[in-house]
Design a protein around this ligand. Structure first.
Ligand code: NIG
Length: 386
């Protein structure tokens, strides 16, 4: 067993019920886990020590929604969008074409680059999805490549009905042979997801996808209420899905349903900014008692950023959350959305995922938007290369 004392912490966010109190704080890591937190003057001895010089320390970001197994570039689509053309799900097909044409090595290298980029910005637990393959072989390949690189893998065969097939035929494939192959051949796939939106899959189809996944042992996630009101939230809550993601266009009934459920509302404010949607109703959701997560939605089309700090800043500056509420949503909220107890907090026993800010408090995350504030990161007790 090796131990490390991280001391000189100016502000420590653990999400513990009993905060360490004022004054310099410290964390002791033993191997991969948090072994002790408290005031620096009470800290036990450890094999080695590092003084973070009064900086803020918080749990690593838990980014519970990304689409990072892809090839190609949609810069031209983005340029047209900022010139006034609305975002449409049909752009997904361009990435599907480029992804199918790419080699395994190319897809794995691109994924690694984005995962590393996120880690350097403090993301220590990351989910990613398939969904740019949309054939049995391409979805299995995407899931296999993802499983080798990230913490959590989601099967999103139900992203879009690809060119050359009918919606009915494709839904049969997604809920049948494609699902079987992903579960049996890819390994480490825990979730099934469906894009429930006009132009993608309707409420009945989404419910069928979730039920088929549940029958194969996969937990449910739903892309819902992204581009307009719709059945996504209702379907997710009825199925006991772990989260409904986007959740931008919500009526009172959607908010009440989420507040009375264990389904997390995973908000993607950087995506809403990038696609010209209104900011998500984070304040209404929290006030109603719903559990809220923040995630990046890093993908080549609707939101090409891995910056969780940007999402926190937007949640504060555009959605009415306090900084601690936004930080909680981007750490503990993400862990809840992935139904994980070991990440998203720094209580004793947690995975030692520490994010040191080049700032005295987390307030700077919103006060200094766009400034890279990550000073150091530990993931599972190991220092992430800068
Ligand atoms: O979460 N909504 C569907 N899927 C992605 C977008 C993917 C794309 O445009 O390539 C999203 O925004």
């Amino acid at each position: 067993m090796t131990s490390l004392l991280v001391t000189g912490i100016g502000e420590l966010t653990t999400h513990d019920d009993e905060p360490a109190g004022p004054g310099p704080c410290a964390v002791v890591i033993e191997d991969e886990h948090v072994a002790w937190t408290g005031r620096a003057r009470d800290a036990p001895a450890a094999d080695t020590a590092v003084d973070v010089g009064g900086r803020a320390v918080l749990p690593g970001w838990v980014d519970s929604h990304t689409h990072l197994v892809f090839a190609g570039d949609r810069g031209e689509e983005f340029a047209q969008r900022v010139a006034g053309r609305p975002y449409a799900a049909s752009g997904i097909q361009d990435t599907v074409d480029a992804t199918r044409a790419a080699s395994d090595d190319d897809l794995a290298a691109r994924l690694r680059r984005h995962v590393d980029e996120a880690a350097r910005q403090g993301t220590t637990c990351l989910e990613t999805k398939t969904g740019y393959g949309l054939t049995v072989a391409d979805e299995v390949r995407a899931a296999r490549i993802a499983a080798a690189a990230v913490d959590e893998v989601t099967y999103l065969g139900a992203h879009l009905t690809p060119a050359g097939t009918t919606p009915e035929e494709y839904l049969d494939l997604v809920c049948g042979p494609m699902l079987d192959a992903v579960v049996e051949e890819a390994g480490h796939v825990r979730w099934i997801d469906v894009f429930c939106e006009d132009g993608a899959f309707g409420g009945d189809a989404a419910a069928r996808v979730l039920a088929a996944g549940a029958a194969r042992g996969l937990g449910g996630r739903v892309h819902g209420n992204q581009l307009g009101p719709g059945p996504g939230v209702g379907v997710a809550v009825a199925a006991g899905a772990a989260s409904v993601d986007h959740a931008t266009h919500l009526g009172d009934a959607d908010i009440d349903a989420l507040a009375g459920s264990s389904t997390v509302a995973t908000l993607l404010p950087a995506c809403d900014l990038s696609t010209g949607q209104p900011p998500p109703p984070a304040r209404r959701l929290l006030d109603a008692g719903a559990t809220v997560a923040l995630a990046s939605n890093a993908n080549p089309g609707s939101c090409y950023t891995t910056s969780m700090a940007l999402c926190v800043a937007l949640a504060v500056l555009q959605c009415g959350l306090s900084v601690p509420e936004a930080v909680r949503a981007a750490t503990l909220g993400g862990a809840r959305a992935l139904r994980r107890d070991d990440v998203g907090h720094l209580r004793v026993g947690a995975r030692a995922d520490l994010h040191v800010l080049d700032a005295p408090t987390v307030v700077h995350l919103a006060q200094r938007p766009g400034v890279p504030l990550t000073a150091a990161v530990w993931r599972a007790g190991r220092r992430v290369p800068a």
